[in-house]
Ligand binder design. Structure first.
Ligand code: KIV
Ligand code: ZN
Length: 503
């Protein structure tokens, strides 16, 4: 009988710690619901004490999700644990996840605590958390650089205190697969009682080894892996869920383990997270990158045409990429649209379908063919819709290689029309300057990206901007077949997001 591997997703917590990523509650809920569909066992919904917004989001996820355990992270501190419990107490299956650092470097420079003090604190806080919740996970932060004997001691004490899951993070992505595998094996061999709890790993990708380290840990006895969609996370990110899961699935005979993931939901989940976070997936990314199933060279194409398995070790269908690449157009009706949504794995409420259909029709008017990728972006756009304090009415741009670009913008705010004009270094800059004048709020543009969603002359352009206001970053997305319009929409989206968060 193969071993079950628990898939613990931390996209909403460690993933949200990706620099520049800032999801609102609605977006977090949408991702959590999709993770539930994907079949993850545990959703780490956030760090409840970090901010009122984080608290509300963890609470909303805990009260919505029925088929997965919902965890909140907290330091080994009473007030953190209280707050975490307050946020997750209504979950069908709540988990408190508490952590303290155990490496010499962290204990000396960050905690300024001795080994004995760290053990004492961990034990006391696990016991404290157990008063609230039977399901308590303990993480020994920076375990990858912790002295093994001390790690065994902390883990044993944590198990005796009642922890039901022990997590061994490679917090700084320092270890190599043979080393990390051996560490997990040594824990299995040296800690009494380890067989009674789940042994988890949480690998960061600083040296590009997070997935390999996680797999080595599984080979050596780990029963839970912590990972994120698209490998999002602090610095170089966390181990990518889709890569771990597809490795376990494709090489099932080798690993001899099973999991609960519906792999056909992988692609859709990846796109949703990418659309909502504004972090694009690199084309050559394993499993979910645009090129993951593209064959460029003649020899490869020839091989695949004769027999797919010559160059494909997994099928596009296995991650939910449809074999039937039927496209829609302006003559496609509601029925075809709804069928396409189903085929792409979206089950939306009637209101949401109506709204998405309206957006599809507007798009189909401008574009000859609407591809699957366009639909994924449309759905992402619908999810990230926020109240429009400032609404775009019209814009006019005058630009050329021998002209100073000028933009005239007409916005609506509470029924009143505001019109402003400005010059700028190119049409987009001119438009952004005109918006700033119209709204009377100074913002700093810190990032601007433009990409074509599909290929071809009438491709849908997606603009992503990040603006800074009082040390807080706000993400905005806009789509249109016109790249200046996409950029203006993205800028207004960021502005409206800021307005909704400060109001
Ligand atoms: O990387 C890490 O060590 C963590 C822990 C808090 C689990 O994210
Ligand atoms: Zn981490």
């Amino acid at each position: 009988m193969s071993r079950k591997i628990i898939i613990f997703d931390t996209t909403l917590r460690d993933g949200e710690q990706t620099p520049g990523v800032n999801l609102n509650i609605q977006e977090k809920l949408e991702i959590a619901k999709q993770l539930e569909k994907l079949g993850v066992d545990v959703i780490e919904a956030g760090f409840a004490i970090a901010s009122p917004g984080d608290f509300k989001a963890v609470k909303a996820v805990a009260e919505t999700i029925k088929n997965a355990t919902v965890a909140s992270l907290c330091r080994a501190v009473e007030k953190d644990i209280d707050r975490a419990w307050e946020a997750i107490r209504n979950a069908v299956s709540p988990r408190i996840h508490t952590f303290i650092a155990t490496s010499d470097i962290h204990m000396k420079y960050k905690l300024k605590m001795s080994e004995d003090e760290v053990v004492e604190r961990a034990v006391a806080m696990i016991k404290y958390a157990k008063k609230y919740c039977s399901n308590v996970e303990f993480s020994a932060e920076d375990a990858g650089r912790t002295r093994p004997e001390f790690l065994f001691r902390v883990i044993k004490a944590a198990i005796d205190a009642g922890a039901t899951c022990i997590n061994v993070p490679d917090t700084v992505g320092y270890t190599t697969p043979p080393e990390f595998g051996a560490l997990i094996r040594s824990i299995m061999e040296n800690v009494d009682g380890i067989e009674k709890v789940d042994l988890s790993v949480h690998c960061h990708n600083d040296l590009g080894m997070a997935v390999a380290n996680s797999l080595a840990a599984i080979e050596n006895g780990a029963t839970q892996v912590e990972c994120t969609i698209n490998g999002l996370g602090e610095r170089a990110g966390n181990a990518s869920l889709e890569e771990i899961v597809m490795a376990l699935t494709t090489r099932k005979n080798y690993f001899n383990v099973h999991h609960n993931i519906d792999t056909t939901q992988i692609y859709k989940t990846s796109r949703l997270v990418s659309n909502l976070t504004g972090v694009h997936v690199q084309p050559n990314k394993a499993v979910v990158g645009d090129n993951a199933f593209a064959h460029e060279s003649g020899i490869h194409q020839h091989g695949v045409l004769n027999e797919k398995s010559t160059y494909e070790i997994m099928t596009p269908e296995s991650i939910g990429l449809s074999a039937n690449r039927m496209v829609l157009g302006k003559h496609s009706g509601r029925h075809a649209f709804e069928e396409k949504l189903k085929e792409l794995g979206y089950t939306l409420e009637q209101d949401a379908i109506n709204e998405a259909f309206k957006m599809f029709k507007e798009l189909a008017d401008k574009k000859k063919v609407v591809h699957d990728e366009d639909i994924h972006v449309l759905i992402g756009e619908r999810v990230s819709k926020i109240p429009e304090v400032f609404e775009l009415v019209s814009f006019q741009i005058n630009s050329g290689n021998r002209l100073i670009s000028t933009a005239m913008i007409e916005l609506k705010k509470e029924g009143n029309i505001i019109t402003e004009a400005s010059t700028g270094d190119g049409p987009v800059d001119a438009a952004f300057n005109a918006i700033e004048r119209a709204v009377g709020i100074g913002l700093k543009l810190v990032d601007y990206k433009l990409r074509a969603v599909t290929s071809g002359q009438d491709a849908l352009g997606e603009a992503t901007v990040k603006v800074l206001k009082d040390d807080k970053t706000f993400l905005g997305r806009g789509i249109s077949t016109d790249i200046v319009e996409a950029s203006i929409k993205a800028y207004l989206n960021a502005l409206n997001r800021m307005m909704s968060e400060i109001s």
